[in-house]
Design a protein around this ligand. Structure first.
Ligand code: NAI
Ligand code: 15L
Length: 268
């Protein structure tokens, strides 16, 4: 049967807030989880991913989990380790213990951020492009995808890992013209990831059907995802404001954008 009750981790965050508004229209009842309290949501579970007891209670009885909680930008290795690597492990263990059949994991373009972007007639970046994390943050998303594969192969717990591009109300940079996912398309993709049959562990790119797309959406479309939006109406304005991409700047020629240039954050 199609999942109905879904645990949304990271529900207080930017994406969580957008999806809290949009997912009920696709028929879901959401249980909310975040370390930060959520205004106007007295039933939300306020707990850290390291709180295994809270996690066990949170996953009880849900049909699926959308896992957004974690550090969403580069940080110290120590912090990324705790929230994203250990936190995601604790979530998977809770889900396995409770027999939750499926997780949708918010992976990121930064798991493969050093991948060169296509130019001219180059093919789009395929979904099986080698991992090239651009940060400790991207490394944690690479780990999350491997964890998902392990839990599918060993325990039969299914995951769709979505390498999200940039999911914000509007694209705000020239780079985002290529990787933007409108919130409405984000909700469509989550719905497809929750309802497609026999996904095992499937990795997909997460963006709208942008004219300036850098990556291949075939595996996302195979889940039943039919993106409706395109960043192109924002192109002229953003290019007038920020200029065309600079071919000598890796922040413009690699998928991860400025993450590839940013120095690591030391020490812990
Ligand atoms: P965000 O930083 O706004 O939200 C993350 C939420 O997770 C926050 O509300 C935070 O309180 C919570 N959180 C952090 N550590 C936690 C912990 N240890 N225990 C419980 N909750 C914790 O990030 P955003 O933009 O909403 O992203 C959501 C997810 O999607 C993240 O995993 C991010 O890496 C991923 N993602 C987002 C993209 C985007 O375009 N927004 C792009 C690629 C990936
Ligand atoms: C991400 O993974 C981040 O969570 C998000 O805040 C954006 O920076 C996005 O990637 C991006 O690459 O634009």
């Amino acid at each position: 049967p199609a999942p109905r009750t879904v645990l949304l981790t990271g529900a207080a965050g930017g994406l969580g807030t957008l999806m809290r508004k949009l997912l009920p229209d696709h028929g879901y009842e959401l249980r909310l989880f975040d370390v930060r309290p959520i205004e106007g949501e007295p039933d939300a579970i306020t707990a850290d991913l390291s709180d295994t007891e809270a996690l066990r209670a949170a996953v009880r009885g849900v049909d699926a989990i959308i896992h957004l909680a974690g550090i969403s930008l580069e940080s110290t290795f120590e912090k990324v380790l705790k929230a994203n690597i250990e936190g995601t492990y604790h979530l998977y263990e809770a889900a396995r213990g409770a027999g939750v059949p499926r997780i949708v994991f918010a992976s990121s373009n930064h798991a493969v951020g050093f991948t060169p972007v296509p130019r001219g007639d180059d093919p789009l970046i395929p979904i099986d492009t080698p991992r090239r994390p651009d940060t400790f943050y991207g490394l944690s998303k690479s780990f999350g995808e491997d964890l998902a594969q392990l839990y599918w192969d060993k325990h039969g717990l299914e995951t769709v890992s979505i390498r999200i591009g940039s999911c914000f109300p509007e694209p705000t940079s020239v780079r985002m013209l290529s990787v933007w996912m409108s919130p409405a398309d984000g909700a469509r993709l989550l719905h497809a990831a929750l309802t497609a049959e026999h996904v095992g562990h499937t990795v997909v790119h997460g963006s709208s059907a942008n004219t300036r797309l850098w990556w291949d959406l075939t595996s996302a479309r195979a889940l039943g995802y039919a993106p409706q939006d395109d960043s192109e109406p924002y192109a002229a304005g953003l290019i007038a404001e920020q200029g065309e991409p600079d071919p000598d700047n890796p922040a413009h020629t690699r998928l991860g954008g400025h993450f590839v240039n940013d120095p690591p954050i030391w020490p812990y």
